[in-house]
Every structure is written in structure tokens, then in C-alpha cells.
Design a protein around this ligand. Structure first.
Ligand code: FEO
Ligand code: CA
Ligand code: CA
Ligand code: CA
Length: 582
């Protein structure tokens, strides 16, 4: 039935209650099935998963990677055919080296680094409905792109640029968090916390100003790869790190193709790359996920079809902008274009490549607005309004970050002038503050709708906004962080017209819920369960279970005490075959 204003109701399912169980919870009338957990062979004759983690690096390179994240579905065939089969392309953000090796990572070896690299990157797998159930099937398209796959560079920082010349050939993509999908059928994998993999034992090494701005340091996040592989030693191979921090374009329909790092989109800790179209041009929104960083957009210089007809990539031709949010609710996009504003030769900016290699400093120079950890961006398909998750942070000095500090995060939205996503000004407001009204009266959520740390975000074709959460285990485990009513990480749906919100899914213990892809008929939803059981991540050894939150251990999905928790994709369907969310 329509609502009081005569609008079709978007949310029809029964809300799921918060849970700390080690299981997936979906609404009554829905089912959730596990697909392609970490270690699944790409093709059925490939190396089988060994539950003691003794698969070699070479075997891992032929298996699904670890820590599934952003994901897209590419239909194979038109109409109903494409709703029943397609290529699922997904990121593997990072690795937990305690789980990845039988003996952990106290001692690193070249083979262990190789296996870590092989568990990173992107998987392309063909999926199809077989007898009414989604299966992963053998295909010539099934492919891994890993931390060791040859790659190339395009745009202003071309592959011949001096900053990209290192001791080894250009290869690999790392820390692929969120993603994007282009209208010409390619996948965009984004490089987020790439600084974490590099280090050195050379005590004379010091980060330069730009490395310091990106958080590059001698220890990294503790992966210790540099101890066994000089590729990742900042003192020995100083330019290798310049090859990371980009958006990577992969053609899933060309399994032999070389992934291309599209440098015109800037070098930051890219969360995702959300592509929309306006006046025939592409617009790509991308957040730089760190506390106090910025949100960017790239606007194509000409309609993308015209550029493609000239054999030019629409991702190589355009202007990168960074957002400035004013307290009066207006905002503007400031160009990061060499020769404009402060980005001149006199001010030490050599050329556009220099601006892009030092994107964060260029954004500092033009006066961009600091944000509470910008994560995913989603564009409403009908109004073209833009929604951005600010997952949590310090509460930077602007009304767009209204809480100081901001442990729960919020979602900001804006309307580009005239509804044209290429426009250079906008009007913004706060769509919602996440959190728990029991602890923060500014939170307007009903007690049963509490959630925190919104991260993944996506609209379906009808305009439902899907929100996925990534509360860190270190927060979940501390009563002082006021997360104790919220339970495991989850996924919710919102009606942005009314502000109505409903919990749709709760993940198993210790996981993050991320990755959002729908089959074109909206009758199958794919989401990812990342890092189930992440009780003691190696960078936070103090996050053991506490009485406030016992959900630190998981045996999901295998429920086999001799195995280990595994990230996996989950296929969600409505038992009556209906549209997801109705
Ligand atoms: Fe990898 Fe910003 O989440
Ligand atoms: Ca994320
Ligand atoms: Ca996150
Ligand atoms: Ca994550």
C-alpha cells in the first residue's frame, strides 16, 4: 500500500534485530547462501583450499583472495539471461597474516610475502543460477589480479614518468577497498591504505614531506614484507611506493588485459570510485578515507562515448576537483589543475603529474574541507543527489562534521547545482547521524534502528539506499565507545524521501559487512562478509573479547573448529523470488 503522501513504499521487509550471534541474519522470507569464501579455487580443477592454511603462494594465486570488499556484477547477456548469469568482480582489501599462514607471521619469508601478495587484489568469477541456485562456475573469464600482476599507468603520470621507475617492473594492486563500475563495462579497484605495506630497517631513512602526508613510515602497519622482499623496502626501492594510491581499471571481459592505473583521478587513499553520468560525461566521486581528509570528484572533459570513439579513455581526460563545504549549506568544487589557483610553477608545482602525485598537498593548498573519514559515495538514480558516508572521526572544524568527536559517523548528501553532477557548486545537508540515542540525544534513530560507522553505501534502481557498517572490533570491545547495544556489523535499507530506516542483515562475529552488487532484476543481492572473527588483528593486539562484547571469535562460515574464519560473498534472495527490500 502507498504511504500517507501517496508514495509507493520502498521498504517492505520485517526488520532484523541486533545480534551478537556468529551467523548471518536476514529478514523472514529471505535466504542467505555462502559463495566463494577465501581459498575457493577459481576453476574446479584448481588447487583445493586447505583448512590449515598450508596452500602455497602459487596455489593462492589460483584461488579467491582474502578479505572480500567492494564488488560489482556484470551481466552476461541481456534481459532475463543477464539476471541469471554474470561476472562477479570483487576486491580483496588486505590480509590477516595470522590466518594466512599455518605458523603466523612472526618470521617472514619471500614465499610468505608472495602468498600475501597473491591473497590481495581482485577476483573475477563467473556466477550463474544452476537449478535456481547461484553457483560459481568454470569460465575463461575467471581470473585473479594480485599484488604481483603486471600493471601499467595512464594519464598525466604516465608509465615513463621518473617517479614510477623502480627496481622491479610495475606490478600489483593493494588494499582495494571500495570500487566502481564504468558505463563501458569495466571495473575500478581503488587503492586505500597502500602506505601500510612499505617499511625499512635502514635507520637513516626518513619520510619526505609527501610521504609523511600519506602516513608512510619505517614500520608500516606491521606486514613486515620489507624484511623478506626488497621491493617493499623504502630505502632500497624508494619509487615503488609511488606506484600505489591510484584507481585501477580492469576489463573483466578481457582476461589477458593489463590493469591500468588511471592517474588523472589522483593519488590518495581511495575508498571507492563511484561513476555517474551527466550531459554525456562521466563524473567519478572518490573519498580519501582518513580522519581529516577530503572528498574528490573527476569530471570528464567531453562525453565519454565521443572520447571512446577517438580511442581515448574517458578516465584520462578530465579535471579533478576537491570539495569545500561552507557552513551555510553551500559548497564548491575546487579544481586541482596545474596553473590554476595556487598550483603554479612559482609555488613549486612542476606540472599536472606533480599535482597528482601530491594530490593531498594540492587539496590542502586550494583550501578543501576536512571530513570525518570519507568512505563510500552513492548517487540517487532519479534525483542524482550524492550521498557520502563519513564513518567516524574527530569532528573537524566545520558544520559538515557536526559532532566532536564523532565515534558513530554520519551520512552527508548534496545536490549539485541544477541536478547536474558536472556542476561546480552544490547544496548540502546531513542525511542522518548514526549512533545510539541512549548515549547521544542528537541521534534521531529509533532504539531498534541503532547502528554505527556507516561505510558501504549503494542505491538500487528503485532508490532504496543500502548502508553497510564497519565498526572496528576495537570499538565494539570497549563499553566506553558506547557500541554495546548495536551488536555485530550490519546492513540497513533507507527510504531517503522519508528518512525511514530498517535493519536488513546482521553479519557474524567480528566481521564487517561490505560490497554491494545486485543482479539487474534486483532479485539477487550479493554482499561481502569481511574479516569474520577478527578478534585480534595484528595491528590491535589488545582487542580481545570482553564482557561487554563477546563477539570476538568466529568459525564462520565453515563452523569447523579445525578450519579458520573466512571472508566470503553471500547471496541473498527472497524466497518468493521478489525484489530485494520489498
Ligand atoms: Fe577500507 Fe575505508 O574502508
Ligand atoms: Ca570501507
Ligand atoms: Ca571502514
Ligand atoms: Ca575493511
Amino acid at each position: 500500500a502507498p504511504d500517507a503522501k501517496g508514495r509507493r513504499r520502498l521498504l517492505g521487509f520485517q526488520a532484523v534485530t541486533p545480534s551478537t550471534d556468529d551467523a548471518i541474519k536476514v529478514p523472514a522470507g529471505y535466504s542467505a547462501e555462502v559463495l566463494i569464501p577465501w581459498g575457493t579455487p577459481l576453476n574446479s580443477r584448481g588447487p583445493q583450499w586447505k583448512k590449515d592454511a598450508s596452500n602455497t603462494a602459487a596455489e593462492q594465486a589460483l584461488q579467491i583472495g582474502m578479505n572480500h570488499d567492494g564488488m560489482s556484477f556484470f551481466p552476461l547477456g541481456a534481459g532475463p539471461f543477464g539476471a541469471r548469469q554474470g561476472l562477479l568482480v570483487l576486491n580483496h582489501e588486505y590480509v590477516d597474516q595470522v590466518l594466512l599462514f599455518p605458523d603466523g607471521d612472526a618470521q617472514m619469508t619471500k614465499e610468505k610475502v608472495a602468498k600475501s601478495l597473491a591473497a590481495h587484489g581482485v577476483s573475477v568469477v563467473r556466477v550463474a543460477q544452476v537449478d535456481g541456485r547461484w553457483k560459481h562456475v568454470d569460465s575463461k573469464y575467471n581470473r585473479r589480479v594480485t599484488g604481483s600482476t603486471p600493471v601499467t599507468f595512464s594519464g598525466p603520470v604516465g608509465r615513463a614518468h621518473a617517479a614510477l621507475q623502480a627496481k622491479n617492473p610495475a606490478m600489483g594492486t593493494l588494499n582495494n577497498c571500495s570500487n566502481g563500475q564504468t558505463p563501458w563495462g569495466t571495473y575500478l579497484a581503488c587503492e586505500e591504505n597502500w602506505n601500510s605495506y612499505f617499511g625499512t630497517t635502514d635507520t637513516t631513512w626518513k619520510p619526505n614531506a609527501e610521504q609523511a602526508r600519506y602516513g608512510v613510515n619505517a614500520a608500516g602497519f606491521g606486514y613486515k614484507w620489507h624484511q623478506a622482499d626488497p621491493r617493499f623496502d623504502l630505502a632500497v626501492n624508494p619509487n615503488e611506493i609511488n606506484r600505489f594510491g591510484w584507481v585501477v581499471e580492469i576489463d573483466p571481459f578481457a582476461p589477458e588485459s593489463t590493469p591500468v592505473k588511471r592517474t588523472a583521478l589522483g593519488r590518495i587513499k581511495h575508498e571507492g570510485a563511484t561513476v555517474t553520468e551527466s550531459r554525456g560525461r562521466i563524473v567519478v566521486y572518490t573519498g580519501d578515507d582518513q580522519d581529516g581528509e577530503y572528498v574528490y570528484k573527476f569530471v570528464g572533459s567531453a562525453p565519454w562515448r565521443r572520447l571512446r570513439a577517438l580511442r581515448k579513455s574517458p578516465l584520462d581526460h578530465g579535471t579533478l576537483y576537491v570539495a569545500k563545504f561552507n557552513d551555510d549549506g553551500s559548497g564548491e568544487w575546487l579544481p586541482l589543475a596545474h596553473g590554476t589557483g595556487p598550483l603554479t610553477v612559482e609555488n613549486g608545482w612542476k606540472d599536472q603529474a606533480d599535482v597528482l602525485l601530491r594530490t593531498r598537498s594540492a587539496a590542502d593548498a586550494v583550501g578543501a574541507t576536512k571530513l570525518d573519514r570519507p568512505e563510500w559515495v552513492a548517487v540517487q538514480p532519479h534525483t542524482k543527489d550524492v550521498y557520502l558516508t563519513l564513518t567516524n572521526g574527530s569532528g573537524w572544524d566545520n558544520d559538515v562534521n557536526p559532532r566532536k568527536p564523532n565515534p558513530y559517523g554520519h551520512i552527508v548528501r548534496w545536490r549539485e547545482r541544477g541536478g547536474d553532477n558536472t556542476a561546480l557548486s552544490f547544496e548540502w545537508d546531513i542525511f542522518l547521524l548514526a549512533g545510539d540515542p541512549a548515549y547521544d540525544p542528537t541521534v534521531k534513530l529509533a532504539p531498534e534502528d541503532v547502528f554505527g560507522s556507516p561505510d558501504g553505501l549503494g542505491f538500487d534502481r528503485d532508490g532504496r539506499l543500502w548502508i553497510q557498517t564497519d565498526i572496528s572490533n576495537s570499538s565494539q570491545n570497549l563499553a566506553s565507545k558506547k557500541y554495546d547495544h548495536i551488536g555485530n556489523n550490519q546492513m540497513l535499507a533507507a527510504d531517503t524521501r522519508t528518512g525511514e530506516i530498517r535493519r536488513f542483515l546482521v553479519g557474524p562475529r567480528g566481521c564487517e559487512v561490505t560490497g554491494f552488487a545486485m543482479a539487474p532484476d534486483q532479485r539477487t543481492l550479493f554482499v561481502n562478509i569481511q574479516h569474520p572473527g577478527e578478534a585480534t588483528p595484528f595491528w590491535a593486539p589488545n582487542s580481545a573479547p570482553t564482557p561487554q562484547n563477546p563477539n570476538a571469535v568466529s568459525s564462520w562460515p565453515d563452523k569447523d573448529p579445525a578450519s579458520r574464519p573466512r571472508s566470503a560473498t553471500v547471496v541473498i534472495r527472497k524466497n518468493d523470488g521478489g525484489v530485494i527490500g520489498t
